[in-house]
Ligand binder design. Sequence first.
Ligand code: NDP
Length: 386
Amino acid sequence: MAKILCVLYDDPTTGYPRSYARDGVPVITSYPGGQTAPTPKAIDFTPGALLGSVSGELGLRSFLESQGHTLVVTSDKEGDGSVLDRELPDTDVVISQPFWPAYLTAERIAKAPNLKLAITAGIGSDHVDLDAAVQHGVTVAEVTFSNSISVAEHVVMMILGLVRNYIPSYQVVIDGGWNIADCVARSYDLEGMHVGTVAAGRIGTAVLRRLAPFDVNLHYTDRHRLPESVERELNLTFHPSAADMVPHCDVVTINAPLHPETEGLFGAKLLATMKRGAYLINTARAKIADRDAIVQALESGQLAGYAGDVWYPQPAPADHPWRTMPHHGMTPHISGSSLSAQARYAAGTREILESWFAGTPIRDEYLIVDGGRLAGTGAHSYSTRM
Ligand code: NDP
């Protein structure tokens, strides 16, 4: 019997919800391109419920306990004597979400001799040291596509929010004011601008598709080129690298995984090549951008705005400079954890566990590391230091 350690974010400050703003979420059975949404044999939760916090338990408890497994759920993941560190030595499976990542460093993996499976309930497994997972034979899996559209919607919201100066204008209302000029002196139309994505995978392509009707000029860079038919349909300009693309863009959105090739990509050097007054949206991973270079670019006016929901570390400390830098539109890491997304990635987590316990293959598209090497989606989108 296995011990499963599930690291989730805290319940709402007002307690676990007893009711919700809406009575349900739309049923999504497949994603763009045809991949089916998760297909577990059953689920023990109501789609639309809060599943990603500690009391939500990703809806896994009765399923796991009915099979004799042990489930430990905690939000306590940092500092000496954390529940994560205490429970890890005899844990077989760790589940965590990028929004509240259980950082599975090489040291932690070395202290977990029983660890065989690390599941990301969501997308993005950079909180797991993939080299260490490869070396220790730990399988890493994530619920590919489960929240890609959720993030794409957030990106579009943030682009419009920055360009139209939405957040400061909302603040004027809250503060009881009505100075139109205060609001519009930084407000533009997106129409006609050049918008580029660093990476055109599931999220990047969904962002491009959602922006096409805004009559903007669309650009992208990626390690692999999109089919010619898609380039033609969306009128895309391809650039061989981010460095080639960003000087052409008024808005840049980052949608690549964090791995050795992308870490620190948006540093002072690349930012200096962007148009003065460009906007940068990063919902991918904080470490793709240089923390202090972003602050400086906003202060100097090189960037007109920066928005995103990814920070390092997470949770971000109270004195993180991105909380107070000018012209930002940051949120905590929420874009991929809408109630709609939670229903999908909780079901996907259950699907992965069902396969694991039955000894049947995990869907290839869910795999990041397996059998001591990058596998499935991991082999396509990630790189290791080795
Ligand atoms: P995909 O795997 O579908 O797409 C990633 C794309 O990035 C692939 O097309 C890949 O290229 C490309 N890529 C990898 N390295 C580079 C590089 N050096 N330069 C340019 N392109 C590169 O992933 P998703 O679109 O679903 O997600 C992307 C990332 O977004 C995740 O890895 C995660 O970090 C983040 N994310 C954030 C969430 C949030 O809540 N904020 C939620 C979900 C994801 P190719 O395939 O051609 O090799």
